[in-house]
Design a protein around this ligand. Sequence first.
Ligand code: GAL
Length: 506
Amino acid sequence: MLTRSVLVLASVLSSAWGELTFPPGFRWGAATAAYQVEGAWNQSDKSPSVWDHFIHSTPDLVADRSTGDVAADSYHLWRRDMEMLEELGLQFYRFSISWTRLVPNGFANVISEDGRRYYDDLINGLLESGIEPIPTIYHWDIPQRLQDLGGWTNPLVSDWFAEYARVVFSLYANRVKYWVTINEPSVFCEFGYGAGMIAPGIKDQDIGKYMCVKNVLMAHGKAYRVYEREFKGKYSGKLSMANHFMWYEAETEKDLEVAELIRQFQYGLYCHAIYSQEGGWPVAVEQQIADNSYREGYSFSRLPEFTQEEKDLVRGTFDYMAVNHYSSRTVRQQSSAEHIPASNQFTANAEFNATYEGKEDWPKGNSFWFLFYLLPHHQINPAGLRDLLVWLKTEYGDLEYLITENGYSDVTSKINDDDRVDYHREYLKQVLLAIKQDGVNVTGYTAWSLMDDFEWVEGYTLGFGLYHVDFSQAERPRTPRKSARYYASVARANSLDVPEPQDVML
Ligand code: GAL
């Protein structure tokens, strides 16, 4: 638990130093994703996505056996969502487009009229309210039809995705300036095709997850090239893939080298091909996985190779970097005698013989956040966000960095969510330090999430929302939490130098 008096005092002191204001033009937003809020899972001609199928076929894998069938019902309540964004005074809304709502076949030969109209209305509604739409083209919900054909392990998926992306661009690129192509491959490849904990539930740490990563990079690269060739000249939009960046720091001096290798593994596997000069995999990671593979008796590396042509296709496919961040880990090299469970790259890394832990003095969040943390609680280390941004700038250059997710989960019933207020404030202070002291070009911040949603395998047991959603009522009423008041005042002032928010009286 964060100690409030210390935080408030720190706030007062730093305000006195006049360091709490963001650069002019800094942008404030909130995010959601289609499967987590839309509901209407089988409305009109929408076909099942991998999440519809996964949830319906293996309900026990979700903490409260719930589904996203209705979720926050944003498919019907999007006008209320729009009001919330206006109440918050935000500059942009990051939402995702459901592949199977727009192209129910999975393939681009048929476009759903209802799907097209839904996103059209949403985008027009946002623009009429002066809020910029930032669509994510893919947030984990591949059509089940394509999953049955191998999903992200089938190399053809990169063409299928690029075709779908072309449909999205052809319908909406005239009104969109910032795009996220694909959300967090590190999470859906690792947990969906490695640990098997989320859709599609495939357990194949050695091979499956790496096939997924390579195909995702190719899919992103091809979609980027479609935009570049056919739309960029006219609309000058900016594209990025969003990655999930937990900050990894060495536990002791002895672990500095392995910590850097882990960063290359956890970030470089998803970024090097896109942002580095030479493209392809980070060399040390490629080498290590190849060595491990040969030692295990494989005749090929478990990490699929890139041809030179593929490297050239993917390299440079970015206009900014979308950064999702929530937490930190320490990294420790294990002795060869210690047993490393190959179970999950978020607690241990079998390729590099390393273990991830939290730190005693990092405050812990209230919720058991199963999906990412597998440590019992959210490890809160605001300085990790600054360290991460500096690392990214050093590694990939002086790019535009947009924080596309950051947030805090708690029991959903809490309306006066002081811990969430503290979380955003403390992380935002570190963003300011990264901008002002380290010269990182961070141009905006996105709270995850605008409202409580279907939190994947946690179902509705925890909430990240600035707005509470009452899932027990058919109307899904939304109520602003204290953090909504706080975030609105920060966004309006473009500064952390704002009064403490008042309690919400119900
Ligand atoms: C992110 C993911 C979101 C949301 C969030 C909080 O990794 O992109 O969909 O679930 O974590 O758990």
